[in-house]
Design a protein around this ligand. Structure first.
Ligand code: F6P
Length: 419
């Protein structure tokens, strides 16, 4: 205010003067000084009010969705709002960076109550890596183009200070490449598969395990009534976390993990052993990425254009048909599929996602770019994204969970029942 009046005073003083070149020079100099003082005043008052200089953050959610994504968005928006920062959301991964209509300003009122909802209000995609994006040319042919420079230009033009990228291995790999190009990036780990390295947990996993366990609980009664074998295929491309956790908790007789190639003979022997013990039904849980000892892996091909990964699937059906053939037991297979990705996040996932969101903003403040927030020994820690995407976090075969499974008589497909 003071500076506004003093600025006006200067102009009025000069207006009354003779407008010589010298006067103009003085006016200009005074004006520049006045503008600098006003800017410093504004910055200082902002600092005093919020404790930090205003920042402009953009958040994106990429890859397969997972329960808890909305909770991360909620925490980021609220934490930034308290600091006086602006938050924008990029729709469907990087679409907002390519088309300004897909970039939305997020206020607390836009995220009200979303922490308990599944999915992501921003939308997601696991196709169209911006570094190798399939685009139709004028002749209608598909060309692979690198859109990363355009995204960098738009990021800078829009005046963002940081990109909070919420994703699994694929999305974080892309985020890391942008960081290498100079984009300030902070990662948040997401995947129901729980296969990201360094972080003890990713959000979405606990919800997926609960869904799978509940399904197994329900299958027991129908399997028992019909004296059947039920084979349940769950998600888990390279790591069998969902299969192991839900299988143990849901009373499975057999659990097949990508980490332990399985022998179908051992699986059938376990089912026969159940019969001998007068248990005339069996439950088999197979991770979609489980392979046989002969190296048989089950997939449905490449899938949609622009998708990097194979579409896995088929192991449950194959195991069921082999069991039917070899044991003559009535056998059914079912694929839990995307049910595991849906629904409201469990309390564990919700809390973890909220903690990740709030901690990600702290990383922005500390300028810990090209880092991902991780859960390490119950604490929030910053780890280099490059470390988190180096390979997949596999089930530790020496862990207590695997020992427990074997100890309570669950067959893991590598050995038949001992006694
Ligand atoms: O990576 C998570 C995941 O859920 C995998 O377990 C699964 O193979 C894949 O995504 C399925 O992807 P889509 O949604 O494209 O079918």
């Amino acid at each position: 205010m003071i500076f506004f009046f003093s600025g006006r005073g200067i102009v009025q003083y000069v207006a009354r003067s003779n407008w010589s070149t010298e006067s103009w020079g003085i006016v200009c100099q005074l004006f520049v000084i006045w503008a600098i003082v006003v800017s410093v005043d504004l910055v200082l008052s902002r600092l005093l009010k919020t404790g930090s200089i205003m920042k402009k953050i953009v958040i994106s959610t990429g890859g397969g969705d997972a329960p808890g994504l909305n909770a991360v968005i909620y925490a980021v928006v609220h934490t930034c709002y308290k600091k006086g920062w602006e938050v924008f959301g990029s729709r469907n991964g990087y679409e907002g960076f390519l088309d300004v209509d897909e970039m939305v300003r997020l206020y607390p009122r836009d995220v009200e109550g979303i922490y308990s909802a599944g999915g992501t209000i921003l939308g997601s995609t696991n196709k169209g890596n911006p570094f190798a994006c399939p685009v139709k040319n004028l002749a209608g042919e598909i060309q692979i183009v690198d859109l990363s420079d355009k995204i960098m230009r738009n990021f800078n033009r829009m005046g963002f200070d940081c990109h909070i990228a919420v994703g699994g291995d694929g999305s974080l790999e892309i985020a890391h490449k942008f960081a290498e190009k100079g984009m300030p990036v902070v990662g948040v780990p997401k995947t129901i598969d729980n296969d990201l390295k360094i972080t003890d947990r990713t959000f979405g996993f606990d919800t997926a395990v609960s869904t799978a366990t509940e399904a197994l609980d329900k299958l027991h009664s129908t399997a028992k009534s019909h004296r059947r074998v039920m084979v349940v295929e769950v998600m888990g491309r390279e790591s069998g976390w969902i299969a192991l956790y839900s299988g143990i908790s849901g009373g499975a007789d057999v659990i097949l993990l990508p980490e332990i190639p399985f022998d179908i003979e051992a699986v059938c022997e376990k089912i026969a052993d159940n019969e001998l013990r007068d248990k005339q039904y069996s439950i088999v849980v197979a991770a979609e990425g489980a392979t046989t000892v002969d190296g048989l892996r089950f997939n449905k091909g490449k899938g949609e254009l622009g998708r990097a990964e194979m579409v896995l699937g088929g192991v449950g059906e194959w195991v069921a048909s082999e069991i039917r053939k070899r044991t003559e037991k009535d056998t059914r297979a079912l694929v839990l599929g995307h049910l595991q990705r849906g629904g409201s996040p469990t309390t564990f996932d919700r809390l973890l996602a909220l903690r990740f969101g709030a901690a990600a903003v702290r990383l922005v403040e500390e300028k810990m770019f090209d880092h991902m927030i991780a859960l390490v020994d119950s604490k929030m820690e910053a780890v280099p994204i490059a470390e988190a995407i180096k390979g997949r976090k596999k089930v530790d075969l020496e862990s207590d969970k695997v020992t427990t499974a074997r100890g309570i008589g669950i067959c893991l497909g590598d050995e038949a029942p001992q006694d």
